[in-house]
Write a protein that binds this ligand. Structure first.
Ligand SMILES: Nc1ncnc2c1ncn2[C@@H]1O[C@H](COP(=O)(O)OP(=O)(O)O)[C@@H](O)[C@H]1O
Ligand SMILES: [Mg+2]
Length: 255
């Protein structure tokens, strides 16, 4: 049975897309078949795995509005075991277009149902909001990974996100779980980072992943070259951290 994880955080710039790409690549490198689903109109995950956004024929937008089936929208990346349903700016219209549609919260779930078992793991990269697209991702998913920064406001954001998760769970997806909280861009020399990390550990002990992703220039450069960090800097700290996080996450979902 294919597992589906949504990488969600309503804040932008916290490492959702970066983590979706590199966790997906980490899992793919262990031999699992992995599908990325880009649900952000910015399409960072799409370009981050080397797909040209201008050459997309079918995208997440098309499957949400039922103009294409999921299978047709899958593009192969040049990386082993890693495929993607890409996104581009057309997806920005979906929030409005779907408002009056039937079972608008479950459109992604329905579309992915046909292919989810073709993959060991599907990783959905969410947009920076708690709108309808993110709700679709949460309804489709078995679990959520919350990438976050060790900043004071992160804790408030997390509370708000978990309230949405609770609501989605209650109304549409009782099986939905918080699989893990992933600290990204960590700088252990900053007192504030240490304090927030300690706070997270205290309140979300079982949920916080033991692996933290360090701040690294290489990690931020890799998407510009259309490569996961494991290919851009094979034996660097970033690749090591993301591979460890991928293993930890896979273990949590029994993969
Ligand atoms: N570990 C890291 N170290 C340094 N820069 C990072 C790291 N992770 C992400 N970034 C950079 O931070 C910015 C935001 O990351 P991104 O993954 O796009 O966040 P989101 O998808 O949540 O908006 C991007 O420019 C990205 O390259
Ligand atoms: Mg993003």
């Amino acid at each position: 049975m294919g597992r589906i994880l949504a990488f969600a955080n309503q804040k932008g710039g916290v490492g959702k897309s970066t983590s979706a790409i590199n966790i997906a690549a980490g899992a793919a490198l262990t031999g699992k078949k992995v599908l990325l689903v880009d649900c952000d109109p910015q399409g960072n995950t799409t370009s981050g795995v080397g797909i040209n956004k201008k050459h997309i024929t079918a995208s997440t937008y098309d499957i949400l509005i039922s103009r294409s089936d999921a299978q047709t929208a899958v593009a192969e990346t040049k990386f082993d075991n890693l495929s993607i349903i890409p996104a581009n700016i057309s997806l920005a219209g979906a929030e409005f277009e779907l408002v009056d549609s039937e079972s608008r919260e479950a459109r992604l779930k329905k579309a992915l149902a046909a292919i989810k078992d073709d993959y060991d793991l599907t990783v959905i990269d969410c947009p920076p909001s708690l709108g309808l697209i993110t709700v679709n991702a949460l309804v489709a998913a078995d679990g959520i990974i919350v990438p976050m920064l060790c900043e004071y406001f992160s804790l408030e954001g997390l509370t708000q996100l978990l309230m949405t998760v609770k609501e989605v769970k209650r109304r549409y997806n009782p099986e939905l779980e918080l699989t893990g909280i992933l600290i990204t861009m960590y700088n252990g020399r900053l007192n504030l980072s240490q304090e927030v990390a300690a706070e997270l550990k205290r309140y979300y002990a079982g949920k916080l992943l033991a692996t933290t992703i360090p701040r690294s220039v290489k990690i931020s450069e890799a998407p510009g070259f259309g490569e996961p960090i494991q290919y851009y800097e094979k034996n660097g700290k970033g690749a090591e951290a993301y591979n460890a996080a991928a293993k930890e996450i896979m273990k949590r979902i029994g993969l």
